[in-house]
Write a protein that binds this ligand. Sequence first.
Ligand code: HEM
Length: 437
Amino acid sequence: MLQVYGSPMRLWLFHIPAIFVSDPDDVQMLLSKNLEKHETYRFLAHLIGDGLITADNYRWKINRRIISPAFNLNTLADNFLKSFNNQNEKLVRKLKKHCDDNKLFDISEYIDSTSFSTICETAMDYKDDEEIEFLEFKAALIKAADLIAERFYKIWLHSDFVFKLYTRIIGMSNIFEKAKALPKTILRKKYQNQRLNSNTHTKDETNDGKKPECIVDILYKLYDNKHFLTEKELTDEILTLIFAGSETTAIAISFTLMMLAMRPDVQAKVHEELDVVFGSNKNPPTAKELYQLKFLEQCIKETLRRFIVVPLILRQTDEDLKLKSGEIIPAGSAIVMSIGSIHLNERTYPNPYTWNPNNFDDDSIAKRHPGTFLPFSGGSRMCVGNKYALLSIKTQLSTLLRNYRFTTTSCEEDIKLKLDVIVRSANGYRIMLHSRH
Ligand code: HEM
């Protein structure tokens, strides 16, 4: 609709009167303003408290400075790649039962589960992913996230009183507490140990490459007690990372596999690249090898363009804001930045609904406005996990594709999308697996 009527456009997002913006210059200007999140983000606070996604600007500034260093490229390679590889090897083993049986199956349940275990391991060093307490935690988190999405779209659930009543009627009044129980217990132990051992840590220590560390431990090493998060803040932040980092990456992986299964010509090119980089080497990928997988990276980026995991970014403004056209967004407005309209604009991407990794070759990227590809948002509140996401997606896809070839009977037109807070396939990711060896 934005492509027909242009940007900006005044519209109702369900019940919210909002200004929709999809011009890349305007979106970049708005993202650079560090506007407060729209009030509907507070629905997430039941689950993730005041973590980075929900925090107001004052709290966010302090916590983002503490958390960002855990996501730099060296930290990722030194600490998390080993966990990614361990989880991916388990995944390859689990998938063996589907190999060469020529039956379609939905791969997303395996991918979802691997992404969830991976983020729990890298965030808080939790590895017992077959334990009943872990499975209960996962189930509760999924239910809690569904309930939040339902609240967002049903205006009558916006009132705190009605929502509380509703959760009681449907027997879910303690779902948020259930979803927080396991991380709370783990982090309480870590917090207490840290207080006992605080004298042994010095600020700005770096990992000397011996034992990989989880995000919580990295944060403890980088900060002394005076500047650190409280136990509640730490729990909120870790839950935020688990919530924001598991399903999003899993969806991107599942869609990429689905598209490669539909496009054997593109998949053959990925296999060729993997053969050149890895040859007969059967070891897990290193950061250097992953860096060389340029064509696979194009496929991942094209998936993030075509299947926009987070399609809308909501903010609110308490001052008048002038757009490129001279039009004013009045103070007090809700602003909806439509990443979907930017990624699917045919003036930027010819045939925007066709998945085409060549959209991300060097020449095509160089010709485009930088604000035309924003899967992780932009500005200072850009996704803190973007490098983590790209590395974990690439590690998992390269491992799967070194072992298997994927086919499907579906085509791109068969994919139906389901939108709640994020976008996923409504009809699953049904593929067949074939051995490459
Ligand atoms: C394909 C995967 C991912 C996509 C598409 C994605 C997308 C996004 C987007 C669009 C935002 C901005 C939301 C807004 O402002 O309303 C965001 C924020 C955020 N993401 Fe991601 N994300 C992904 C993976 C991850 C991962 C793996 C993590 C953590 C390990 C993560 C943690 C966060 C956090 C904490 C924020 C809030 C940042 C802040 O406000 O400072 N995300 N993400």
